[in-house]
Design a protein around this ligand. Structure first.
Ligand SMILES: [Zn+2]
Length: 693
């Protein structure tokens, strides 16, 4: 009875404290796309028409120009910025002559009938590469007033590339991503720190992902009737056209992109995520308590899951479903319920791995291989890792829609950190990537494996095409931010971190935050100024490394020599001293002097704990502010120092080397772990090379 009372009191207090925090129900719906598209599966060409309505979100600016992303032109020829940046070739010889991709706006007019086609022009806001055709602008006959809107009638033709990066075809398999002319984001003054209003519409770069406004989509997709179609949103209608084709209509609100797939070979596997059966009352209660929210606020809703699987991968169906459910549960509980009714998980065709490991609203592509049906590869949780990760993007890229061109870490980094947490929750700590033959490896091990002393020339906070070399993008937008968030959690503790991330998600769901918004929220939630941390770790280039410079422990010897005293001068010879020392030793009254020098070998200065273990005593801890390059600790104790460990809980995940954090003063029997590190690094490279995250 008392317990019940205290729980309801807690719930009441939590509700009072968080009344203003409830989850936004919908987005601002700046855009409305009504698209009708037909697939030619032989030529891999999409013929489309779209009616697009854009509302001017500014309260002050009249806008007379619209800017569009034409992403598929990245694959048009070797002069595009995308191909230039990714090394001047598209998969070398594999790029057949029909493998190129492109998109043409064949006509564009206002709903009032004004033809805008003659005003259509390519622009290159990022690099001035005149050959790049991934951004176009049109000029309106009259400006759209603040709060006003304009409707355009457009026709376009898209040629999908042979699967290369995120989109394309492989034989009958078609993954249509970035396939229609998509508006950039008009950012009014004040939005994301802008001083004056203007379009944010970046070219497609080798490393960049996406940024677009929220809105509503209704898309008619016409394909040969034997093709199986999956897409963003809910399937509302299906119509046989009597000519061997079928048209499927999909609709979804509060998303900022739309992708679809068509392939006659898919095995369709359906499942339901049940908010009552897949999550226990105890799990809801635990979450509500952790987050300081009411049970209502953490309640999830049911979701229809569709897995479109390659026939060869049939044994992995349940793994995809379990992973999707693990994602729906973890992310939903932690950040707020998944607001959509559907989730489609696509398993790309063999040889189309480039389309795997990608996120679109309510629609993700996973990654698998026939090999993963069998031992020991079935023990590598790659299917799970990729599915959970891509699903997790629904909560960052999808709903907390930061600008991935400019601040990729807010998506990939946050999601890599969240994936790691979700995997631990679902599959256990230390064994989230794989567990066989006694070898266990966690997601965090993966991130740590790429963190080394060489990685100090870039900063996390950079535009995605600015990293040098371009490959550094992976470390600086995925792994280092994930380690930075893990380290932050080490300082804040699990509960504060969980509440911080919940609040960040709630406040920015269906909006476009930037890094400063997150930094400000950390200060707000903790009531402290954390700029010292973000300045060094997110804006800075240096590394973190704490180690033990030296450690010694030895008996204090009896002093020798000539000593002045009231009774007169006294000489202690070395043999007198030795005798005295022997006496002390026999009586077990020795005093030991222990001296430890802890070093900061990296440029980043973080406060750190140091643990000291003396013989027969409990572990003692001291905190060092970590500002100087060294700190000397000296003790005189009746006990010998057994070992010393800097950052004993390994909370500073950013530390480039944990092997030098501890020093044992008695002989060390622990095995060297460097082979493990090398192995992790190799596996991580494999996963990165497959482009699966
Ligand atoms: Zn990702």
């Amino acid at each position: 009875m008392r317990r019940v009372l205290s729980i309801s009191l807690l719930a009441f207090l939590a509700a009072a404290a968080t009344a203003a925090q409830s989850l936004p129900e919908r987005s601002d719906r700046v855009v409305d796309y009504r698209i009708s598209v037909a697939l030619d599966p032989v030529k891999h060409v999409l013929t489309g028409r779209q009616t697009l309505t854009w509302r001017n979100p500014s309260t002050t600016d009249a806008v007379s120009e619209l800017q569009f992303h034409l992403y598929l032109n990245a694959f048009k020829n070797t002069k595009s910025t995308f191909v230039q940046e990714s090394g001047g070739q598209l998969r070398g010889a594999e790029m057949a002559t029909d493998g190129w991709g492109w998109i043409d706006i064949t006509s564009i007019a206002t709903s009032a009938g004004a033809d805008l086609t003659p005003t259509l022009a390519f622009i290159q806001p990022d690099d001035g590469n005149k050959d790049d055709q991934t951004v176009a602008r049109v000029t309106l006959p009259e400006p759209v007033p603040p709060g006003g809107s304009v409707t355009l009638e457009m026709a376009f033709t898209s040629k999908l590339p042979q699967v290369f990066a995120r989109t394309g075809y492989k034989d009958d398999f078609h993954l249509a991503g970035q396939w229609f002319p998509k508006l950039g984001v008009y950012e009014p003054a004040g939005m994301r720190g802008r001083e004056t209003g203007g379009w944010n519409c970046h070219q497609f770069h080798a490393n960049s992902e996406f940024y677009a406004d929220f809105g509503t989509y209704a898309v008619d997709i016409t394909v040969p009737s034997d093709y199986i179609v999956g897409a963003t949103g809910e399937r509302k209608r299906e119509r046989a056209n009597g000519n061997g084709t079928t048209t499927y209509t999909f609709e979804q609100a509060d998303v900022h992109d739309f992708a679809w797939t068509a392939d006659p070979d898919y095995v369709v596997v359906k499942a339901t995520f049940s908010a009552t059966q897949d999550v226990s009352p105890a799990e809801y209660e635990r979450t509500a308590k952790l987050l300081g929210r009411t049970l209502d606020e953490v309640q999830l809703s049911d979701v229809d899951i569709t897995v479109l699987l390659q026939p060869d991968h049939r044994p992995q169906a349940q793994r995809h479903i379990d992973a999707a459910k693990a994602g729906l549960k973890y992310y939903g509980l932690r950040y707020g319920r998944y607001p959509y009714k559907t989730l489609t998980v696509v398993d790309p065709a063999p040889g189309a791995g480039g389309a795997g490991g990608m996120e679109y609203p309510t629609f993700i592509t996973a990654g698998s291989a026939w090999l993963f049906n069998f031992w020991p590869f079935d023990r590598i949780r790659l299917v799970e890792e990729v599915t959970v990760h891509e699903f997790g993007h629904q909560f960052w890229y999808g709903m907390v829609a930061s600008n991935e061109f400019e601040e990729a870490w807010l998506d990939e980094g946050f999601n890599t950190w969240s994936t790691s947490k979700a995997m631990v929750e679902a599959y256990g700590a230390d064994a989230t990537i794989m567990e066989f033959l006694g070898f266990r490896m966690s997601d965090r091990d993966m991130s740590r494996a790429s963190n080394d002393r060489a990685g100090r020339y870039n900063r996390i906070l950079a535009k995605s095409w600015e990293y040098t070399p371009p490959g550094a993008y992976g470390f600086y937008s995925y792994y280092k931010p994930a380690l930075a968030l893990a380290t932050l959690e080490g300082y804040l503790g699990e509960q504060t971190m969980a509440r911080l991330m919940r609040t960040y998600h709630e406040r920015w769901r269906f909006k476009h935050p930037r890094s400063e918004d997150f930094f400000a929220l950390v200060n707000e939630v903790t009531g402290q100024d954390w700029s010292w941390y973000f300045d060094q770790v997110i804006r800075g280039t240096d590394i973190v490394d704490y180690d033990i410079g030296s450690a010694s422990t030895r008996a204090v010897r009896t002093s020798q020599g000539v000593f002045d005293a009231a009774a007169g001068r006294r000489t202690v010879s070395s043999s007198d001293a030795d005798e005295k020392d022997l006496e002390i030793e026999r009586a077990k009254k020795q005093i030991f002097e222990s001296v430890v020098v802890v070093r900061r070998s990296g440029g980043v200065k973080l406060p750190v704990e140091v643990a000291f273990k003396f013989e027969g005593r409990p572990v003692e801890r001291q905190t060092w502010d970590g500002r100087d390059t060294t700190r000397r600790f000296r003790f005189e104790r009746p006990e010998k120092l057994e070992w010393v460990d800097v950052d004993p809980d390994r909370t500073i995940a950013l530390d480039v080397n944990w092997l030098n954090n501890g020093r044992r003063l008695t002989p060390d029997s622990r095995p060297a772990a460097s082979w493990t590190a090398r192995w992790l690094f190799m596996l991580q490279n494999v996963i990165t090379t497959l482009g699966l995250l």
